[in-house]
Design a protein around this ligand. Structure first.
Ligand SMILES: *Cc1c(COP(=O)(O)O)cnc(C)c1O
Length: 453
């Protein structure tokens, strides 16, 4: 029988996260204090994050040990399976070998608990009582709510208003886990009140919700802020995905030529890619091609500017150098809620600048078509975000067919789409539209960027 599933035992699960900062050809540009234009110190971040996470944010150690408590919680769903997509290969009639790592087996159905659990752990250990965060479609909010429940933390989630109204199921999930969910913009914060004064009907954005969450966390002694993507420590926690995949492919006697992932803030892509990228930049393996796939409606890597910007619309965060569409840019309401962020992880932005990864923007309808092909062959219904990775992998497999070469493709299936059935219903009913990003709006948002000397 041809093997389709590669599993690892708990004892084969990695005991440390991989930190790519140890192996970068050049370091990422420093994070700046917007007031002084000078690099921030770890102390500047102390109101927002626990000490251990700040240490991880700036660490140059190649491996950072996974705490015992976190490791044993990971064991509830990790190691996650690696599949060979044999039926998809057959349907595409491609000589390529397609593997996918499946993160949808976590309690909340995506890769996000890989970081929500350690974040809750370090906060609780340092005496924090409340975690404040934002969420778009609800994937991150439900993952942090889950982790908060495990560690007895109070979790408060600012949820982008349009999703709060249109996506009640993830909100119900957060509330079941014991979290408090607030529609953003809200009357609870200066940032929210200011926006509502200008426009009471504002439906919110991730940039606005981040501003509200940061404000609340900074003003409350017992509270800290938690972010589900973008930051170095979040990408670090996700590297367990790629490290497991390395071992599983070893089992399969294979190694990828092409690695594909979708990018919102960059964490799941980094999670699967960085352990392989490390081998490449250390000169151990060289041939692999890394492809990041983003939505055409929010194309930060392919159309954004590599420059210093705020992480939020209220300008409360430090300045980070990243590919950005401008912190005031609000992307069209596409169904891949998890990919609608104006910026991109500084580490991924840096790697794109160095030419170590390539980026593509794909339209929503093409991604749903790819996801439907995947569901009909592999039997797993991907999250709309994950459909971008599926689309990238299928395109590469079809290119192999055209060129008559057998390459090995690995992609990250970062989550299932069981809470996104409205999107699939709309797609099937022909109601989904392709929305291009608005070049004029991006130009306007970029014109408002901070000037750094
Ligand atoms: C949040 C989310 C994303 C986007 O975030 P990244 O940090 O880019 O990974 C992608 N897919 C799913 C399923 C998500 O929940």
């Amino acid at each position: 029988m041809d093997t389709v599933k590669y599993t690892l035992s708990e004892s084969q699960m990695p005991t440390a996260w991989y930190n790519i900062s140890a192996d970068l050809p050049s370091p990422i540009p420093p994070v700046l204090n917007p007031g002084t234009g000078q690099p921030i110190s770890p102390d500047d971040l102390a109101p927002l994050f626990p000490e251990e996470l700040i240490k991880q944010e700036v660490s140059r150690d190649r491996f950072i040990e996974i705490p015992e408590e976190v490791h044993s919680i990971y064991c509830q769903w990790r190691p996650t399976p690696l599949y060979r997509a044999r039926r998809l290969e057959k349907a595409l009639d491609t000589p390529a070998k397609i593997y996918y790592k499946y993160e949808g087996v976590s309690p909340t159905g995506s890769h996000k608990p890989n970081t929500s659990v350690p974040q809750a752990y370090y906060n609780q250990k340092e005496g924090v009582k409340r975690l404040i965060t934002e969420t778009g479609a609800g994937q991150w909010g439900s993952s942090l709510a889950f982790a908060g429940a495990l560690f007895g933390l109070d979790v408060e989630v600012y949820m982008v208003k349009i999703s709060y109204e249109q996506k009640p199921y993830r909100r119900a999930m957060m509330e079941t886990f014991g979290a408090r969910v607030i529609a953003s913009p809200s009357e609870r914060t200066d940032a929210g009140r200011k926006i509502l004064q200008e426009n009471p009907d504002n439906l919110g954005s991730l940039g606005i919700a981040i501003g509200e969450a940061v404000e609340v966390a900074a003003q409350n002694e017992d509270a800290k802020y938690a972010l589900g993507s973008v930051l170095n420590h979040v990408l670090l926690h996700q590297t367990i995905i790629g490290q497991e995949a390395l071992t599983q492919l070893e089992q399969a006697g294979d190694y990828p030529d092409i690695l594909v992932g979708c990018t919102g803030g960059g964490s799941n892509f980094a999670g699967i890619a960085f352990p392989f990228m490390g081998a490449k930049v250390r000169g151990e393996k060289s041939s692999i091609k890394f492809i990041a796939v983003e939505p055409a409606a929010c194309p930060s890597l392919t159309k954004g500017k590599y420059t210093y910007d705020f992480g939020d619309s209220a300008h409360l965060t430090p300045l980070v150098k990243m590919h950005t569409l401008g912190n005031s840019f609000v992307p069209e309401g596409i169904h891949s809620g998890g990919l609608r962020y104006h910026g991109m992880a500084p580490l991924l932005s840096h790697l794109l600048e160095l030419g170590l990864i390539e980026a593509r923007a794909e339209k929503q309808l093409d991604c749903f078509a790819a996801g439907t092909t995947f569901a009909r062959t592999e039997g797993i219904l991907p999250a709309p975000e994950a459909n971008h990775a599926v689309k990238g992998a299928i395109d590469e497999a079809l290119r192999c067919k055209e060129e008559g070469v057998s390459k090995t493709i690995l992609f990250n299936l970062c989550g299932h789409g069981h809470f996104d059935m409205q999107a699939y219903m709309d797609y099937q009913a022909g109601l989904l539209r392709d929305t291009e990003y608005s070049a004029a709006e991006v130009a306007m948002a970029l014109a408002g960027l901070p000037v750094v000397g």
